[in-house]
Structure formats: structure tokens, C-alpha cells
Design a protein around this ligand. Structure first.
Ligand SMILES: NC(=O)c1ccc[n+]([C@@H]2O[C@H](COP(=O)([O-])OP(=O)(O)OC[C@H]3O[C@@H](n4cnc5c(N)ncnc54)[C@H](O)[C@@H]3O)[C@@H](O)[C@H]2O)c1
Length: 244
């Protein structure tokens, strides 16, 4: 079912790729990001004709801001896809982390997906039809990471995915994708040594390009292709750390 897809973090590496792939499939896009509106527009200029709405300068570390955004276009029977992609990875090891960093990661990575999922499901229930929620988790949510807030929020997103999936069928599906390492601004400061070590531990032999993960998101968005998938936690790591 094609309709409107709301994509968070639409100005980032993966978010932009997701918007482009979904637009190519025929979806109209609602783009939301912390990035200011003009920059977000520039970032998505290639798919200008597919943009339904743009919300720039939206800070998910205050989850309540999302409610006003969503209310501005509801009820909307064409809102069929929600991609919870925005994410942050800040701070360091347990001993160095601050409560401020922990709260920011929880809000952006987990609380906003909860609030948006609630709004999405309420809207579909009110207007009829169906839809698909896709959550972008991380390998850190499965195997852990030295950033407790990141690992915990991404593991939490997997729990949220399963909890939502079991409550919203048959007309709404909810799945998660967990990438390993991806070439985006989030990993831009990784040195060559780190990249090579990851590639060595990845059967596919390299770090993912965001377009490759976006294709998986597009598959999950399309109920004709993935209509029997819900509650699935999809490994999109290129096999990174398999067998370890
Ligand atoms: N890059 C990787 O290696 C990798 C690996 C696994 C999972 N992920 C996940 O993929 C998703 C996309 O990340 P990316 O790699 O494209 O990174 P990115 O930094 O390019 O994009 C993240 C986006 O989130 C937005 N954002 C950040 N803070 C925000 C806030 N307070 N409010 C609203 N929006 C905010 C940013 O503006 C940006 O557009 C994230 O959820 C990330 O955790 C990334």
C-alpha cells in the first residue's frame, strides 16, 4: 500500500537514502529532522516533488514537540508508513557517561519512536486502512556497545517493536532493522584502522552504504512485498560478528 511515509532523521545519511528510495517507490514523504528547514530542503532537493511536508529544527530530546507536529496533519488516512530512523550516539563508557547524555539518547532513540508509534496507530485506527512501522535499531542493541545509553536505547527499540507488533495486527505491521556499521555522518570520524577491522569481521567484506539499508526499509514499507512480516528484527549487518 503506497501513501505517505513519515521519516525521522530525514536529513541524515540513512534518513535521506530512505526518503529517496521511498519516493522512488511512489510514497509521498513527510520529512522530520533537527536540521533546520532550509538545510533539510536542500538535502532532499532531489525528491522535492515527492515532499508532502517538511519539519526542520525539531528537537526530539524534548519528545513532546512531536505531538504538535503530528496533530498538524491528522487525521490523515494516507499516512501509511512511519520510519523511526533518527538516532544519536553520544558520550562514552559507563564510567564517563552523564545523565544528560543518557536522557538525550533515550528520548531521541526510544521515547520519540514510542510517541510516534502511538500517534500512527491511533490515526490508522481512526481513519481505517493499514500501515507499516519500521524502527532503525542497531547491532549495539543486540551485542551491546561501550556506550550504555546507546546500547540500551537500541535494545529498547527492539522490545518496543515486538510489543507494538503483537498489539496492532492485522492491519498494521511493525518491524525493526538493525544495521552494523554504515557509511554516514555518524561514522565519519572513524579512522581507516577501525573501518578495516570491521570489514575484516564482516563476511560481506565492507561497511554498508545507507542505500542498501534503505532498500530493506522500502521492502518493509511495501505490504505487497512484506505483508506477512511483523515483529521481525532484521539483521542488516552484512554478517558482522557472526559466530563470535
Ligand atoms: N551509521 C551507522 O553505522 C549506524 C549503525 C547502526 C545503526 N544506525 C542508526 O541509523 C540511524 C540513522 O543514523 P545515520 O547513520 O544516518 O546518522 P546521521 O547522524 O547521519 O543521522 C541521524 C539523524 O538524526 C537526526 N537527529 C539527531 N539528533 C536529533 C534530535 N535531537 N532530534 C531530531 N533529530 C535528530 C540528525 O539531525 C540526523 O539527520 C540512527 O538511528 C542510528 O542509530 C547507524
Amino acid at each position: 500500500m503506497i501513501g505517505i511515509a513519515l521519516v525521522t532523521g530525514a536529513g541524515g545519511g540513512l534518513g535521506t537514502a530512505i526518503c529517496k528510495v521511498l519516493a522512488k517507490k511512489g510514497f509521498r514523504i513527510i520529512a522530520v529532522d533537527l536540521l533546520e528547514e532550509e538545510k533539510l530542503k536542500n538535502q532532499l532537493s532531489e525528491i522535492r516533488a515527492s515532499l508532502e511536508l517538511i519539519f526542520g529544527g525539531v528537537d526530539f530530546s524534548k519528545p513532546e514537540v512531536v505531538t504538535a507536529i503530528v496533530e498538524s496533519f491528522l487525521p490523515n488516512k494516507n499516512w501509511t508508513v512511519l520510519v523511526n530512523n533518527a538516532g544519536i550516539s553520544i558520550g562514552g563508557k559507563l564510567i564517563d557517561g552523564t545523565l544528560e547524555q543518557w536522557n538525550a539518547m533515550m528520548n531521541v532513540n526510544l521515547t520519540v519512536p514510542f510517541v510516534l508509534s502511538q500517534a500512527f496507530v491511533r490515526n490508522v485506527n481512526k481513519t481505517g486502512g493499514g500501515g507499516s512501522i519500521i524502527n532503525i535499531s542497531s547491532m549495539a542493541g543486540i551485542i551491546g556497545a561501550k556506550k550504555p545509553g546507546y546500547a540500551a536505547s537500541k535494545a529498547g527499540l527492539i522490545g518496543l517493536t515486538k510489543a507494538v507488533a503483537m498489539q496492532v495486527g492485522p492491519n498494521i505491521r511493525c518491524n525493526a532493522v538493525y544495521p552494523g556499521a554504515m557509511n554516514t555522518p555518524m561514522t565519519a570520524d572513524w579512522d581507516q584502522k577501525t573501518r578495516q577491522a570491521i570489514a575484516k569481521n564482516t563476511p560481506i567484506g565492507r561497511i554498508a552504504e545507507p542505500e542498501e539499508i534503505a532498500q530493506i526499509v522500502a521492502f518493509l514499507a511495501d505490504s505487497e512485498q512484506s505483508g506477512f512480516l511483523t515483529g521481525a528484527i532484521i539483521n542488516a549487518t552484512g554478517g558482522q560478528y557472526l559466530g563470535q
